[in-house]
Design a protein around this ligand. Structure first.
Ligand code: E4P
Length: 219
């Protein structure tokens, strides 16, 4: 499973790069607003340090402007994946951008039917939002299971990019189902390391090691 980082904060991305976990980055208008910097500058900066796909989202809702915005965003760096919302105009834009060989991530997906439409429009990625479905009392992972099954049935090239991830359990469930990508807020990436028995075990090993008076490196 690939890990994308769900942030527009360059510092957070820089900190995570040495871990080797950063296969790509996703941003959205809310994350760009939270970061507070110019969008084009931010996307260029992220693309210069992350070789994998970096999603940058259009904000127009009509086809002509969406297409112009998508082409502009794609011109910023060769690894930009243009993000479009799952609307009729978004899917039309997806199809046109894909014909120009531009990567497209179709976002705000909440049903398997929507995912099927995105795959038929040639999307490189489809982003179902699990956390926001859980917030409504639904089980977001059921949607991931359905989409992965449907895509397997028809050999679609579209990658399932699990978005709106809130917990370690979301990541595990998405991996068990076989989703291609999870996009994780940095906080969740840090939580993936944690288990109380790891901490307890390490402390015990270190205590016992201290008693030996040894050091591994020659003095
Ligand atoms: C990423 O592509 C999505 O925009 C993001 O994961 C949404 O997450 P949220 O529901 O926590 O805002």
């Amino acid at each position: 499973m690939k890990f994308f980082v769900d942030t527009a904060d360059i510092k957070e991305i820089e900190e995570l790069i040495p871990t080797g976990f950063v296969d790509g980055v996703t941003t959205n208008p809310s994350l760009i607003a939270k970061n507070g910097d110019d969008m084009a500058k931010t996307i260029k900066a992220i693309c210069s340090i992350v070789p994998g796909p970096v999603s940058a989202e259009v904000t127009a809702t009509d086809f002509d402007t969406m297409l112009q915005e998508g082409e502009y965003l794609a011109s910023l760096a060769k690894n930009v994946a243009v993000k479009v919302p799952l609307t009729p105009n978004g899917l039309k834009t997806c199809k046109t951008l894909r014909e120009k060989n531009i990567m497209v991530n179709v976002t705000l997906c909440f049903t398997a039917a929507q995912a099927l439409l995105a795959a038929k429009a040639g999307a490189s990625f489809i982003s179902p939002f699990v956390g926001r479905l859980d917030d409504l009392g639904e089980n977001g992972m059921d949607l991931i299971e359905d989409i992965v099954d449907i895509f397997d049935n028809y050999d679609f090239d579209t990658e399932v990019l699990v978005a709106s991830i809130r917990s370690t359990q979301h990541v595990i469930d998405a991996a068990v189902i076989g989703a291609h990508v999870s996009t994780l807020p940095p906080k969740v990436i840090h939580e993936l390391y944690n288990h109380p028995l790891t901490e307890k075990g390490l402390n015990a090993f270190l205590e016992d090691w201290k008693k030996t008076g040894q050091s591994i490196l020659p003095k």
